[in-house]
Design a protein around this ligand. Structure first.
Ligand SMILES: Cc1cc2nc3c(=O)[nH]c(=O)nc-3n(C[C@H](O)[C@H](O)[C@H](O)COP(=O)(O)O)c2cc1C
Length: 179
């Protein structure tokens, strides 16, 4: 294979935007993390969600300390991860805005731990906060999943700073047969 010319090769501390672009090469899904704290509902769009462990069932996500819901989530015993479906870009944008009442204009129901479950998602996870870890300007939240629900819907994706839709890779079948 030919050696490719790097679009960026440098120190992320000096060039944060180039660092963001590098990170954007890693495609993710899009989630809305929600919680109900003393009857106040909080939620924000999150793509730092990742699976951690199957046994015990653990996931993680991280929240920036500039987020207005930072203190609420830092003290939350429970939360829900809503995995957005491919037709939920507007919901992602809605929960990506800072502060205010985000729940009066979107359809949702209360999960078993009280955290809002958004209508039409591809999956959701109800979690208890297992541990929290400082990571630079973010707090990494590890959650223990006690309820996982999947729907027959395709997930919304995010890569290279843009929303994407998943489609089957034509090479997938070929390599499956070959290997
Ligand atoms: C696709 C996408 C992914 C995001 N991922 C995260 C994330 O993982 N962690 C985070 O703290 N903010 C993330 N954000 C930004 C927050 O959603 C945004 O700062 C929001 O306004 C915070 O809401 P709040 O101030 O009401 O808490 C993301 C935004 C978008 C659009």
């Amino acid at each position: 294979m030919n050696q490719c010319v790097a679009a960026f090769d440098g120190d992320p501390a000096v060039e944060p935007q180039a660092f963001r672009n590098c990170l954007g090469q890693f495609a993710t899904g899009v989630t809305v993390v929600t919680a109900n704290i003393g009857d106040e509902l909080v939620g924000l769009t999150v793509n730092s969600f990742a699976s951690v462990s199957l046994s015990p069932p653990l996931i993680l996500w991280s929240i920036g300390e500039s987020s207005t819901s930072f203190a609420k989530f830092s003290g939350a015993a429970n939360f829900a991860i809503n995995v957005l479906a491919e037709d939920q870009i507007l919901l992602s944008r809605h929960f990506g805005k800072s502060g205010g009442d985000k729940f009066s204009t979107v359809p949702w129901t209360k999960g078993k731990n009280g955290a809002p479950i958004l209508d039409g998602v591809a999956a959701f996870f109800e979690c208890g906060t297992e541990s929290q870890h400082r990571g630079g300007d973010h707090l990494i939240v590890v959650g223990r999943v006690w309820r996982a629900v999947q729907f027959e819907r395709n997930a919304l994706l995010f890569a290279q700073g843009r929303y994407r839709i998943a489609s089957d890779h034509p090479g997938d079948q070929i390599t499956r047969v070959a290997s």
